[in-house]
Structures are given as structure tokens and as C-alpha cells.
Design a protein around this ligand. Structure first.
Ligand SMILES: [Zn+2]
Ligand SMILES: [Zn+2]
Length: 255
């Protein structure tokens, strides 16, 4: 199971990274999860636009979905999708409101919105707490987390290895479940400890969760691009005590 980080920033993209976006692969399966600003540009440095066979979206905040607009354009207008062996409609697992919200974002006028459904390019499937889905040989458990809006983390399993992804969350039972004994716990740490007990984690809270859940390795992500990176990484390292680092855009991690 190989994780390639396409972007790790939070509210805005930064000079060294796009917003949230990740590619997860086995020998036979490639899936994209999260698709924030800049992700499509980074994706094309290492992958083809036709390389992934499904997409998962954890929640509908802009930093996780902005570049979905670019996927619409590519899948609707690039002639490659007419060729044999290419499936234009991307299986897309997302919260229930995704089809409507994304159609509103893409349609340029109210009149256009009336006929825009995006169903020519996406095969939408609704996720909720406890949803279990399979993409190729990757199994995914969807677990609700505590954010300012409906939001889910993911637990990916393939070949006996497990990647837990917190998505955006405050401390909660869901994120503990996601991190439990994971080979890699990919965890958000948006802020430092001056803003704890909110809809995001501090570095310290992320480290505590990873430790308590017995995660074997932690990768920090979703750090605001303008905050002191070293401070947040240091908080997490201090609270966790295990092997950890902040992810880098374009880098791959073997789970
Ligand atoms: Zn976010
Ligand atoms: Zn969010």
C-alpha cells in the first residue's frame, strides 16, 4: 500500500504545497482521496489524469474539493475518455450533499445550474458513518469525525496493511478508531496548542491520539501554511514519542 501526498496545506495552498490531496495505490488499484486547490497540477507530475479509478471526498469544505472542478473539465471534454478501456464516470464516494454542492460550484449561472448534474462525469455514491466500500483490492471503512460540518475519516486496508486518515476533526471517538493500531496514521494538525478542543487538532492533540491509539507511525498533514511548522511538529513529536514527520507534497510513503 503506497500513499503519495499531493498536498498537505489547510485553508490556503502554500508556496511548497497544494491543499489536501492524496493518491493511494496497490499493484492493481489507484484511488484519489481529497481534491483541494493545486492537487490536479501536482497529480500530473507523477500520474496521468486517467490513472485513478475512484475518488473519495471526506467533507465539502473548499480546501478538500476545489480541484474537483478541474476533474469535471477533463472528464467532460478530453477526448481520451471516448477511447475503449476508459471509464468517463468516476466512482465518487462523498457526503450526501456532494452532487448538489459541486454542481452549484461548477455551474456559472443559476440557469445553468438547473441542467447541471455532473452525473456524466461522476458516479456519486453517498458515504455515512460505518459505510464499508471496496475499490479494487483496497477496503475502506468510513468513520464519522467531529468537525464543524458533516465529515468522515477513512481507514484503508490492503494486503494486511492499514492507513488511517483523520480528515478534519477535533478530538473524538471516531478519530481514535481511525488511528487504532494503524501502520500509518495520517493525521491533521491545523493549529498549535493555543487553540485546542475545537473542530481541528493541535499538534499536541494529534500526538496524544496517535499514542493512545497505538498507531505505529504518524504522518502530520493539513497544517496551515502560514503557521510555525516546527512548533506544531514539535508538539506532536513530544506527545506521541513514536516515528513521525510532516508529509511533503510529491513524496510517497510505503504503508
Ligand atoms: Zn480542511
Ligand atoms: Zn474542513
Amino acid at each position: 500500500l503506497k500513499l503519495t501526498v499531493l498536498g498537505w496545506t489547510s485553508g490556503i495552498s502554500g508556496p511548497t504545497s497544494p491543499q489536501a490531496g492524496y493518491m493511494l495505490q496497490t499493484d492493481e488499484t489507484t484511488l484519489l482521496f481529497e481534491c483541494g486547490a493545486g492537487v490536479v497540477a501536482e497529480l500530473q507530475k507523477q500520474f496521468e489524469m486517467t490513472d485513478f479509478e475512484a475518488m473519495l471526498i471526506s467533507h465539502l469544505h473548499a480546501d478538500h474539493i476545489v480541484d474537483v472542478m478541474e476533474l469535471v473539465v477533463h472528464r467532460r471534454y478530453n477526448p481520451i475518455w471516448d477511447e475503449p478501456g476508459y471509464e468517463r464516470r468516476l466512482p465518487t464516494w462523498a457526503p450526501a450533499e456532494a452532487p448538489e454542492r459541486l454542481a452549484y460550484a461548477y455551474a456559472p449561472t443559476a440557469a445553468a445550474r438547473e441542467t447541471e448534474s455532473l452525473t456524466d462525469v461522476f458516479d456519486f455514491r453517498t458515504i455515512e458513518d460505518g459505510t464499508k466500500l471496496t475499490v479494487g483490492d483496497i477496503e475502506v471503512e468510513v468513520i464519522a469525525v467531529q468537525h464543524s460540518i458533516e465529515c468522515y475519516g477513512f481507514r484503508f486496508t490492503a494486503g494486511g496493511r492499514t492507513l488511517g486518515f483523520s480528515s478534519d476533526t477535533g478530538p473524538c471517538d471516531g478519530v481514535m478508531k481511525i488511528a487504532r493500531d494503524a501502520d500509518i496514521f495520517l493525521c491533521e494538525a491545523t493549529w498549535n496548542q493555543s487553540r485546542e478542543a475545537s473542530s481541528h487538532l493541535s499538534g499536541r492533540e494529534a500526538g496524544r491520539i496517535a499514542k493512545e491509539a497505538g498507531a505505529k507511525r504518524m504522518l502530520l498533514t493539513h497544517i496551515e501554511s502560514w503557521v510555525d511548522q516546527d512548533e506544531i511538529i514539535g508538539e506532536a513529536r513530544g506527545a506521541y514519542g513514536g516515528e513521525m514527520e510532516r508529509v511533503e507534497a510529491g513524496r510517497a510513503y510505503e504503508v
